[in-house]
Write a protein that binds this ligand. Structure first.
Ligand code: FES
Length: 144
């Protein structure tokens, strides 16, 4: 009786050992997604009211703000640019805008990106997702 109980217990343990890696690999495949702005995969489309104090930084060349995991910047020439604020290397968030160099910078490992999101230097290898901007009066639309 003791022996049967022992093997019975061992069988359950072996079964659990067999299933554990399978369950783990299932959850890994679900968690393997890359963070996206706003935390979802839907299209980006929102408008900033530049008269709001929350976006006052965008009224001066070189200013930037982060909203919904997107960094919106006004370059030294006055153009509005927008890219994801989540670094493509190890998902540090948020990256910053360096107006003097006209680039986005990740302080985590030092990657730099141009205003169109392309990689200037790594360790990042993948460009940042770029979004369109459209200024109408004092409304700045950000959209994909
Ligand atoms: S997380 Fe940005 S460079 Fe590594």
């Amino acid at each position: 009786m003791e022996r049967n109980k022992f093997f019975s217990t061992l069988g359950i343990s072996a079964g659990m050992l067999f299933l554990a890696p399978m369950m783990s690999s299932c959850s890994k495949s679900l968690d393997n997604s890359t963070p996206t702005p706003g935390g979802n995969t839907s299209a980006v489309d929102f408008t900033l009211d530049l008269t709001s104090s929350a976006y006052a930084m965008l009224n001066s060349n070189g200013g930037s703000v982060v909203k919904d995991n997107i960094i919106i910047a006004r370059t030294s020439s006055g153009a509005y640019v927008a890219v994801t604020s989540i670094c493509s290397h190890a998902q540090y968030n948020p990256i910053s805008f360096e107006s003097a160099a006209s680039r986005f910078h990740c302080p985590n490992h030092g990657s730099n990106f141009s205003t169109d999101g392309s990689v200037i230097n790594g360790p990042a290898l993948k460009a940042l997702t770029k979004y369109n901007t459209q200024l109408t009066g004092t409304s700045l639309r950000i959209y994909s």
